[in-house]
Design a protein around this ligand. Structure first.
Ligand code: ACO
Length: 428
């Protein structure tokens, strides 16, 4: 393979180095293009731009492949658990039993948050969306741990910040729900495992390991694993770019939560259920919604359909669809929304509009159905996504810092006015 590509422009020739990844992905390294030729590249939405070299997650959108640190998502979601996957993503290797036990123990000893966080929580109206509350509370951790503001501290201190964040996010997430319900917050129970403790803080149960419903625990763990990382997506790129200014991990993750919130990203899981309920309430006319999604004059999109990188299928959606079927069957739930989802998927997959654009159900199409079955309210769905995505954000932030990456700062092609003389207000 050539080591460089040639660019011919305005009678000059420029060598552009070719970079190859471990899975044979190839890229043109244009870092020096502007200094050599005066040219920049234009790529709205970064559809064709690699922002970094990363060793965390590999995905092949054409073939529906997703691997964390080389391990397939199919293997991890059936054999591993969320804390083990978190360790893998953040530190690069699968832990031994001993290491995993000590990781879990360390996390369970940091689940409490400062009592003053409750006063911040009390300041939010109950109608506040839990994602906004969560983002604010994560940012507020900088006030309780001011040393975390400096990302250049020792690796040990940075690791302390990482552990605290993993430990406290379920507490803050459950408390954002309690605020919504105007119920008293539940304190963590450190005798429970990670997901058990979260369910305890949400619903009061379980209070002991034996009360954890294995079906619910397994489904929740699977969902968290499937959401744990997805390379340079909107929220991970946000975390990296905020962190690239040497903002703290808490501030960077708080920004990641905000980026995830939007319906085109993590907020899609809430939007999918709302859309399916809407279809049901309007008599179940699927074709009407399909036509709306195809109508270019109508802003409506089929939520949970389409993905920036998956144009054949989303491997996470395949696993989640099966899990939704299993969980509903095991819990004996008959959710009419699941029937609508399946019919909608069937119609869309056989429609030329969706086929020709490579639009398939994504991770969020079926996840909300499982969350509903687990008793999690609709506006907490994206918070559940944030809980799952946390290790990915941390891994992305840590890698960016360890690689000493420069501040993220894209360029632009300016298309505004040329220089104009100021006109006095009396003469306008
Ligand atoms: N419904 C109807 N049409 C769609 C949809 C959809 N869900 N998604 C894309 N299209 C159409 C677009 O209108 C466009 O059509 P055109 O070529 O005729 O103009 C074409 O498909 C390509 O769409 P883009 O918006 O250019 O694709 P992009 O890669 O920028 O967007 C995205 C990907 C944001 C996920 C988009 O498919 C979408 O909005 N989906 C619905 C929201 C959603 O489910 N988001 C969750 C994504 S998964 C995640 O973040 C966890």
């Amino acid at each position: 393979m050539s080591k460089s590509a040639k660019l011919h422009f305005n009678g000059s020739e420029y060598d552009i180095p070719v970079v190859k990844g471990t899975e044979n992905e190839i890229a043109l390294d244009i870092s020096n293009l502007r200094s050599q030729s005066g040219l920049i590249t234009l790529d709205k939405g970064f559809k064709n731009t690699g922002s970094t070299k990363s060793a965390i997650t590999f995905l092949n959108g054409e073939e529906g492949v997703l691997r964390y640190r080389g391990y397939s998502i199919e293997n991890l979601s059936s054999k591993s658990n969320f804390l083990e996957v978190s360790y893998l993503l953040i530190y690069g290797e699968l832990p031994t039993t001993e290491i995993l036990d000590s990781f879990a123990k360390e996390i369970s000893s940091h689940t409490l948050v400062h009592e003053d966080v409750k006063s911040i929580l009390d300041g939010f109206p109950s109608r506040a969306h839990p994602m906004g509350v969560l983002s604010s509370l994560v940012s507020s951790l900088t006030a309780f741990y001011p040393k975390s503001l400096d990302p250049n501290r020792s690796a040990e201190e940075i690791n302390g910040t990482i552990i605290r964040l993993i430990a406290k996010l379920p507490t803050l997430a459950a408390w954002s729900y309690k605020n919504r319900m105007r119920q008293p917050v539940m304190y963590p129970n450190n005798n429970l495992n990670y997901t058990g403790n979260f369910l305890h803080m949400m619903f009061g149960l379980p209070t002991s390991e034996s009360q954890i419903d294995p079906i619910i625990a397994k489904a929740l763990d699977k969902l968290l694993i499937l959401h744990a990382d997805h390379e340079q997506n909107c929220s991970a790129s946000t975390v990296r770019i905020v962190g690239s200014s040497h903002a703290s991990l808490y501030a960077s993750v708080s920004a990641g939560i905000a980026a995830l919130w939007g319906p085109l990203h993590g907020g899609a899981n809430q939007a999918v259920i709302e859309m399916l309920e809407d279809i049901k309430d309007q008599g179940g006319d699927i074709n009407k919604f399909i036509n709306k999604a195809k109508d270019k004059k109508d802003p409506f999109r089929l939520m949970g359909f389409g993905h920036r990188v998956y144009k054949n299928f989303d491997p996470r959606a395949k696993i989640i669809k099966q899990a939704a079927d299993d969980v509903l069957g095991q819990l004996g739930i008959n959710d009419p929304v699941l029937d609508i989802a399946m019919k909608l998927e069937d119609v869309a997959l056989n429609d030329d509009y969706f086929k020709s654009r490579g639009l398939y159900p994504n991770v969020d199409f079926y996840s909300g159905i499982i969350y509903r079955a687990l008793g999690i309210p609709t506006d907490m769905f994206t918070v559940m996504f944030a809980l799952g995505r946390l290790p990915g954000w941390i891994a992305q932030w840590k890698e960016m810092r360890e690689n000493n990456e420069p501040i993220g700062r894209p360029r632009q092609v300016y298309v505004g006015n040329n220089h104009r003389e100021y006109i006095d207000i009396s003469k306008r």
